[in-house]
Design a protein around this ligand. Sequence first.
Ligand SMILES: NC(=O)C1=CN([C@@H]2O[C@H](COP(=O)(O)OP(=O)(O)OC[C@H]3O[C@@H](n4cnc5c(N)ncnc54)[C@H](O)[C@@H]3O)[C@@H](O)[C@H]2O)[C@@H](O)CC1
Ligand SMILES: Nc1ncnc2c1ncn2[C@@H]1O[C@H](COP(=O)(O)OP(=O)(O)O)[C@@H](O)[C@H]1O
Ligand SMILES: [K+]
Length: 450
Amino acid sequence: MSVPADAPILTSDAMREAEAACAVQGTSLSELMELAGAAVADTAWRMAAGAPILILCGPGNNGGDGYVAARLLATRGAAVRVAALSEPSTELAKAARAGWSGPVEAVDGRLAPAPLIVDALFGVGLSRPIADDLAAILGHFADRRILAVDVPSGIDSDGAADWMPPLRADVTLALGALKPAHVLLPTAPACGRVLLAPIGIAANKAMRTLPRVRETQPEATAHKFTRGMVLVFAGPMPGAAGLTAAAALRAGAGYVVLNGSERAPFSAIIAESDAKFGERLDDPRVGAVVIGPGFPAGDELLFDVEAALDSGKPLVLDAAAIDAALPRLSETPRKTILTPHEGEFARAFPQLYGSKIDRAKAAAARTQAVVVYKGADTVIAAPDGRLVAAWPGSPWLATAGTGDVLAGACGAMLARGGDAFDAAVAAVGWHIAQAARIGPGLVADDLIRD
Ligand SMILES: NC(=O)C1=CN([C@@H]2O[C@H](COP(=O)(O)OP(=O)(O)OC[C@H]3O[C@@H](n4cnc5c(N)ncnc54)[C@H](O)[C@@H]3O)[C@@H](O)[C@H]2O)[C@@H](O)CC1
Ligand SMILES: Nc1ncnc2c1ncn2[C@@H]1O[C@H](COP(=O)(O)OP(=O)(O)O)[C@@H](O)[C@H]1O
Ligand SMILES: [K+]
């Protein structure tokens, strides 16, 4: 499973807007369909490697892409058959159908499979789950190689409904842009390897996949404080905060203080009593404060979160610190990163609806903070609407303590002084890259070791 790095993600509404903008700029919808069909034909040609291909066409423009691909594959000499659910219903699809001169079989229980199935049944226009009888027919093709056009048919491309497709794709060719369902659970794994066919659409890149992680070397003139100083507040369970502090140092902070703990996870980390927390908050060199890891909810946490909020410092708030800060977050916007997992997100933002992307964006707008909504399909949302989806992360991260490490990495990136959203994106990228490098047997402590 994979998605292209730094690729645009558009909802179905945004896709239609982009399509309309193309038309205004002189690229007609039929030209777009021709480009889409050509990209499908190229991918199918490579995947089939000479074996026969069966293209399943639906009634809308997704089916239209299928007819165009069929025509182009036949011209190239591929052994291609077409089967359709019904006659096309859109003008574009009718024109594409007219360009296919071969037979059109029915999609029913008698339809013979082929080694490669091209699923061009439904794309972004699907408005309800696929009917059971069609799902049963498609189930017969589940053991074949599947190329899905735009999205595997049957899913809600906006990722709001959790409908699963009868056919899981080996490869999904996203047209113009990726769609939320390509990067969100539960549908993302059913998309297989996602490729992007740009087809000339000028896609807005406010929402995109995780960019490639770039190793950034410190400035030649750097000293420890210019690389960023992070203050981690430990609370009563210092083990987790120790991981956080160590992660901040490993992720590139120049100086890390672990307040409220006797035990420094690395010799270079200053571990000190909590009596100095107020003093540290006044230190102008502190570029970011991290609170939450290993800190149970309660009066003590509330008190310390209040102090951190009063300091005006850039903040990383994890776990129970998110709830503690919530009432005050939007009143004095500052650089803040929240790092809730599913349970913490649901507790903090119970009233939000829509896809995980919609909910992360709404939470960011409401709190005026950057929200890293964690999980296998982590999304990072900024209050201004920017969003990065980090699917697929590294499943080796599904182990205790890795969230504490991520909070520390967010602290390190934030303490550098740049934009909080860019910091959160860099931290998530660092976290996944560390995990991918370590792989089997990973425990959270490995992420902070050399
Ligand atoms: N947006 C773009 O810029 C482009 C879009 N193209 C294609 O167009 C697709 C979208 O086309 P459409 O909007 O026509 O929609 P679709 O082709 O995705 O499907 C809509 C059709 O399916 C029917 N339908 C919906 N749910 C159904 C269900 N559960 N059971 C049976 N029938 C159902 C609808 O009545 C309608 O006829 C994209 O996914 C893509 O493949 C491409 O042609 C190229 C450019
Ligand atoms: N299957 C998975 N694939 C990729 N990343 C995952 C997966 N499961 C968990 N993660 C990541 O691991 C981290 C776990 O964080 P969290 O749940 O807060 O754990 P903890 O509280 O034990 O530190 C998050 O960054 C999350 O995105
Ligand atoms: K499809």
